[in-house]
Design a protein around this ligand. Structure first.
Ligand SMILES: NC(=O)c1ccc[n+]([C@@H]2O[C@H](COP(=O)([O-])OP(=O)(O)OC[C@H]3O[C@@H](n4cnc5c(N)ncnc54)[C@H](O)[C@@H]3O)[C@@H](O)[C@H]2O)c1
Length: 309
């Protein structure tokens, strides 16, 4: 599978490329960036490790060389400033993002290519990509709450001294202020997580608040997220490349599940070679369903502003 990372010279894109290289599953990784020197440097650095890691083609390129890609990952964008909400970034990022979408169209991307949006505000830009590119909803995915979910699981595991990969707990909704935890279906090694020793209501509140603040915490300490976001990007790409049909909290334009339609937001979604294959609607606690609806409303309000801008 050929993957082009637009913005791949930046921290998120290059860390994602490294995660893809370590796994060795995709065959071709192209790094594109407005800063061509940076793209070249990152591609070269990755290429130097190829003999130790995997037999892949890794290079920097341009839109003409990228047009036959199976998957475009868009990580180009401006970083969130400390204390800036993700939605505040929107006005700074939309024009840049539209330019990238237009370049993809002009280059003549394949009609069956998938577009995977990572740049923030990710839900809004995912919705924008689907409409501007005129692609079916299934071909446009956003990272959504993948990173929030990964942080949530890892922090729960750390605090309760559990094995991180056996913690299964979702964050759904907006990748932003209105995200919410889904305790109703959370498990540890197949057992109900809320019954594990230490998983008290106070702990639940505290670990969710820490998760929600994680993005700002990482920005404050090291300038921006990199390794974990790279790992979650690779997780989605591998589900696609290997047609794993895993249920992941990616953002897609909703088609009616949970009463949502037209909004790009994270709900449990089956991900395989053709992109987003289906939404999975399982019963949520009433307060979780209300939180999902509130999150969709917040995103709709913002998207309406974007369309007028
Ligand atoms: N969805 C998530 O969970 C998540 C998590 C972390 C970061 N992000 C977002 O990812 C984006 C990138 O973050 P970063 O830390 O890598 O920033 P960065 O500044 O390190 O990298 C951004 C890169 O985009 C490039 N770029 C800018 N305009 C471009 C254009 N028009 N075409 C091609 N490349 C262009 C820049 O040259 C730069 O190399 C931001 O929008 C950030 O908010 C999303």
């Amino acid at each position: 599978m050929k993957v082009s990372i637009i913005g791949g010279g930046g921290r998120v894109g290059s860390n994602a490329a490294f995660a893809l290289q370590c796994a060795g599953i995709v065959s071709e990784i192209q790094i594109l960036d407005a800063n061509a020197d940076l793209a070249e440097g990152e591609a070269l650095d990755l290429l130097h490790g190829a003999s130790s890691l995997a037999d892949q083609r890794i290079y920097s390129g341009d839109y003409a060389r990228a047009k036959d890609s199976d998957l475009f990952v868009i990580t180009a964008g401006l970083r969130r400033k400390p204390d800036e909400s993700r939605l505040d970034l929107i006005n700074r990022n939309v024009a840049l993002f539209n330019g990238i979408l237009d370049s993809l169209k002009a280059a003549g991307m394949r009609r069956d290519a998938l577009v995977f949006v990572v740049s923030n505000p990710v839900d809004i830009l995912t919705q924008l990509a689907a409409s501007r590119l005129g692609l079916p909803w299934s071909q446009v995915l956003g990272l959504g709450t993948m990173l929030d979910t990964a942080r949530f699981r890892s922090l729960i595991a750390q605090e309760l001294k559990l094995a991180p990969t056996q913690v299964k707990a979702l964050i759904l909704g907006e990748h932003g202020d209105s995200m919410f935890p889904v305790w109703s279906s959370a498990t540890y090694a197949g057992l109900p997580l809320v019954r594990m020793p230490g998983c008290t209501p106070a702990f639940q509140t505290q670990v969710f608040e820490r998760t929600k603040g994680s993005g700002a915490e990482v920005i404050r300490r090291k300038g921006g997220a990199g390794w974990a976001v790279g790992a979650t990007i690779a997780e989605v790409i591998h589900a696609i490349a290997l047609d794993r049909r895993q249920v992941l909290p990616v953002a897609t334009v909703q088609q009616g599940a949970y009463g949502l339609r037209g909004t790009a937001i994270s709900v449990p979604t089956v991900v395989g070679r053709a992109g987003a294959l289906a939404h999975v609607e399982v019963e949520l606690w009433p307060k979780e369903l209300q939180a999902l609806q509130a999150s969709a409303k917040a995103l709709n309000d913002t998207f309406a502003k974007v369309k007028r801008a």
